[in-house]
Design a binder for this molecule. Structure first.
Ligand code: URA
Length: 209
């Protein structure tokens, strides 16, 4: 069964409060999302495997650890997921970045892919799929379906705010994908927005309405 990790780190919680604030403008919102994504990436990479190497210090030779060549892929779900990419790359600069774009069919309300571009070695990478909001869960489920269909087997999902309904839909569909959240909110409203949430993440990141 998927593990759901809610980060209670004080810095993450503090910054998230300012992200939620209606009075936070686009520039500051973007900077804060970037910073929280960096802090979350620090936590999410805790289990990366290490290998021991020898290093020559100014004093003597020492045995020390480096990352064991794990290949990471970051996959933002368009468009709001893009706001979290730079923050993760701050810590994992060698990661490759794929993109998945989905739209909701106005009749069936089902999400459909309109854009998928991934690193070529999908089956060898550990992927972090990012979207600031896990609301109904439909888009996140479809994005991970899309990755799995192309050979990905090692996937994590990371978002800022989740609704319990979305977490259930997602973890039922992908019990092998752990979920990393900065805050679990109360519920979805009738328009599919997370309550209390932060509004429309894409609009707030990109200054659109
Ligand atoms: N997408 C958003 O941007 N905000 C929500 O509250 C739900 C989905």
């Amino acid at each position: 069964m998927a593990k759901v990790h809610v980060f209670d780190h004080p810095l993450i919680q503090h910054k998230l409060t300012h992200i939620r604030d209606i009075n936070t403008g686009t520039k500051e919102f973007r900077e804060l999302v970037d910073e929280v994504a960096t802090l979350m990436a620090y936590e999410i990479t805790r289990d990366l495997p290490l290998q021991e190497v020898e290093v020559e210090t100014p004093v003597q030779t020492a045995k020390s650890n480096v990352l064991a060549g794990k290949k990471i892929g970051i996959v933002p779900i368009l468009r709001a997921g893009i706001g979290m990419v730079e923050g993760i790359l701050n810590l994992i600069p060698a990661a490759k970045v794929g993109h998945i774009g989905l739209f909701r069919d106005p009749e069936t309300l089902q999400p459909h892919e309109y854009f998928v571009k991934l690193p070529s070695d999908v089956s060898e990478r550990e992927f972090i799929v990012v979207d600031p909001m896990l609301a109904t869960g439909g888009t996140a489920v479809e994005a991970v379906n899309s990755l799995k269909k192309r050979g990905a087997t090692n996937i994590k999902f990371m978002c800022l705010i989740a609704a319990p309904e979305g977490v259930k839909v997602f973890t039922d569909a992908h019990p092998d994908v752990d979920v990393f959240i900065a805050a679990m909110d109360e519920k979805l409203n009738d328009h599919g927005y997370i309550v209390p949430g932060l509004g429309d993440a894409g609009d707030r990141l990109f200054g659109t309405k």
